[in-house]
Design a protein around this ligand. Structure first.
Ligand code: CMC
Length: 428
């Protein structure tokens, strides 16, 4: 097989090397294209463009494969705990017992946030969206920990910044929940593990005991693992792009959270439940909404369906669907929107419009149903996605920094007016 790609641009031929990944993915290395031909490539939405090489996550959208550092998502979701997966993503290997205990202890030691963070919450308008708060709170950590401002200040300092962020994220997410309802905070309790601690800080009322249900801990652990990384999506690419200017980790992750917020990305989990509720309020006619989604003159889309890279099934959705059944059975939830979700799913999976376009339920379709059954308000759903995705963003940022990748600076094809002379305002 040829190791190069030949390209002929306006009669000028050049040969470009091929890059073959460890799973035999083939890419054309175009780094010399502009120098040799004067041309650039154009690929709206980066549908065919690799922005980096990476050792972290392998994804085959046709085959429905997702692996982190070689381990399948199915096995990780079944056998690992979230901090173990976080360690794997960030450090490259699964921790042995000693490494795990050290990692876990370090994270437990850093769960508390500076009390002044509450002052920022106090200044926030009541009822504002949790994602807006999360973006600001994570970015504010750079002010509390100025050593993070220089991301090149050595491996030890970098790992301290990473540990702090992982440790404080659940505390901040729980603070958002408590502040939204005007309740006193529940402080982290470091005898609890990462997931238990988060559930306890979120759902415990200071005046009452709270039983941390192992079924919910297990479901939450699984959900967080399933969200932990997804290679070069919109938010991970944002983290890498912002970080490539050597902005600090907190600023880079905050930018990733902003990218996640949109309804076409992580914001879809909130939109799924809102859509199901709207269908329920409108009489429960799922077909009416399927028809709307198919109508090209109607901007409505079925939220929680379709994916840029998965074209047969989303392996995360398969695992979550099973987990949803377990949680709902355990909690004895009788949710009318669940019936609508089932009807919608069945109808879509046999509808030629969706079959032809390879649209099927994605991870956000089922995660919202579980989060709701667990008692999270819909506005918190995308925050939960961010909580799970954090190790992936950190791993992407760390890899980019360690590889000393250049600042991200895409090219463009200019399509505006050609040169013209300035005309004074009075003469225009
Ligand atoms: N409902 C109805 N039609 C759809 C949908 C949908 N949810 N998604 C895609 N289509 C149609 C689209 O209209 C287009 O049709 P045509 O070829 O006739 O013009 C075709 O399918 C291809 O869609 P696209 O927008 O070109 O695909 P994309 O790869 O750019 O977008 C997507 C992927 C996820 C943004 C899109 O499927 C979508 O908007 N889905 C709903 C939002 C959603 O659930 N997002 C969560 C994604 S999973 C979590 C994550 O990793 O972010």
């Amino acid at each position: 097989m040829s190791e190069t790609a030949k390209i002929n641009i306006q009669g000028k031929e050049t040969e470009l090397p091929l890059i073959v990944g460890s799973e035999h993915e083939v890419g054309i290395d175009i780094s010399k294209l502009r120098a040799e031909t004067g041309a650039v490539t154009l690929d709206f939405g980066y549908k065919n463009t690799g922005s980096t090489s990476s050792n972290i996550t392998y994804l085959d959208g046709e085959a429905g494969i997702l692996r982190h550092r070689g381990y399948s998502i199915e096995e990780l979701a079944e056998k690992a705990d979230f901090l173990e997966v976080a360690y794997l993503l960030i450090n490259g290997e699964l921790p042995n017992e000693e490494e795990y205990q050290k990692w876990d202890t370090e994270i437990r030691r850093h769960t508390l946030v500076n009390g002044d963070i509450q002052n920022i919450f106090d200044a926030w308008p009541t009822g504002s969206h949790p994602m807006g708060q999360l973006i600001a709170m994570i970015s504010s950590l750079s002010s509390f920990y100025p050593e993070s401002l220089d991301p090149n200040s050595g491996d030890e300092a970098r790992m301290r910044t990473i540990t702090r962020l992982l440790a404080k994220m659940p505390t901040i997410c729980a603070m958002i929940s408590k502040n939204r309802i005007g309740h006193p905070l529940v402080y982290p309790q470091n005898s609890l593990n990462y997931v238990e601690n988060y559930l306890n800080m979120t759902f415990k009322h200071v005046t009452e005991d709270y039983h941390i249900d192992p079924v919910l801990v297990n479901a939450m652990n699984k959900l967080m693992i399933l969200h932990a990384d997804h290679e070069q999506n919109c938010s991970a690419s944002t983290v890498r792009l912002v970080g490539s200017s050597h902005a600090n980790l907190y600023a880079s992750i905050s930018a990733g959270i902003a990218a996640l917020w949109g309804p076409l990305h992580g914001g879809a989990n909130q939109k799924v439940i809102e859509m199901l509720e709207a269908i329920h309020a409108d009489g429960g006619d799922a077909q009416k909404y399927i028809d709307k989604a198919k109508d090209k003159s109607d901007p409505f889309r079925l939220m929680g369906f379709g994916h840029r890279v998965y074209k047969n099934f989303d392996p995360r959705a398969k695992i979550i669907k099973k987990s949803a059944d377990e949680v709902l059975a355990k909690l004895g939830v009788n949710d009318p929107t669940l019936e609508i979700a089932k009807k919608l799913e069945e109808a879509v999976l046999s509808d030629p419009y969706f079959i032809e376009r390879k649209l099927f339920p994605n991870v956000d379709f089922y995660s919202g149903i579980i989060y709701r059954a667990m008692g999270f308000p819909v506005e918190m759903f995308t925050v939960l996605f961010a909580l799970g995705r954090l190790p992936g963003w950190i791993a992407q940022w760390k890899e980019m920094m360690e590889d000393k990748q250049p600042i991200g600076r895409p090219r463009q094809i200019y399509t505006g007016p050609v040169t013209r002379s300035f005309v004074p305002r009075s003469a225009r």
